[in-house]
Design a protein around this ligand. Structure first.
Ligand code: SF4
Ligand code: SF4
Length: 204
């Protein structure tokens, strides 16, 4: 499920995300940060940089806080895992049309990257993760996750997606013994989306 609004945080200071983690931890997971969220939005000029209205910016910020807090809480368990999987979003491929040479296998279901473009974000992430021993799936949506997890027995999951998708996937994982880490999209819109490759590589 996409957000009802589009955003692009790629020009915002990286300190913004560190601040989110710090505040999220101090305030506690799942808590609404209310006025604090609005203060951070003002401090980092999120409205000016993205054009979002304040209520959409607060939704986005609360989701990022939740995600960063979950990452911190799960990190120790995650680093102990051996069999790991990386889920990448199909919307971050360089091309969304037939210039992308990836083949979609509906049995998995996942795209299989053919590495046609060295500057494709998905290609860079997939190539790095595969070298580290991860299985990699490029998904058209979070609904593909349960089928894959049912047929393979992973211990650790890294997922890249927008906040809404990550929340839904997090709910799917509740009650399982899997350790998860998430990397948010910093530009959404369901095509030509962007995630921070450096942040993903550190997470992996
Ligand atoms: S590198 Fe892979 S994901 Fe990117 S456009 Fe080519 S086949 Fe598609
Ligand atoms: S932005 Fe990407 S991950 Fe989010 S809903 Fe759209 S296609 Fe899925």
């Amino acid at each position: 499920m996409p957000y009802k609004f589009t955003f692009d945080l790629s020009k915002i200071s990286r300190f913004f995300f560190t601040e989110i983690a710090r505040v999220g931890y101090q305030k506690g997971m799942h808590k609404k940060v209310g006025k604090t969220a609005q203060d951070i939005i003002r401090k980092f000029r999120i409205q000016e940089a993205t054009g979002l209205d304040v209520s959409d910016a607060v939704v986005l910020l609360e989701d990022l806080i939740d995600l960063q807090a979950r990452n911190l809480l799960e990190r120790e368990k995650f680093v102990q895992t051996r069999k790991r999987v990386l889920f990448l979003p199909h919307c971050s491929r360089k091309y969304m049309d037939n210039r992308c040479q990836a083949v979609f296998d509906s049995n998995i279901p996942s795209y299989l990257c053919k590495h046609c473009s060295p500057d494709c974000l998905v290609n860079k992430a997939a190539s790095f993760a595969e070298k580290k021993g991860y299985d990699v799936y490029i998904l058209p949506g979070g609904s593909c996750v349960p089928k894959i997890l049912k047929s393979k027995h992973y211990e650790g999951i890294v997922g890249v997606a927008c906040g809404e998708e990550t929340k839904l996937s997090g709910e799917m994982l509740e009650g399982t013994n899997l350790a998860a880490q998430s990397v948010p999209l910093i530009k959404n819109g369901c095509a030509n989306t962007v995630f921070n490759l450096e942040a993903l590589l550190k997470t992996l």
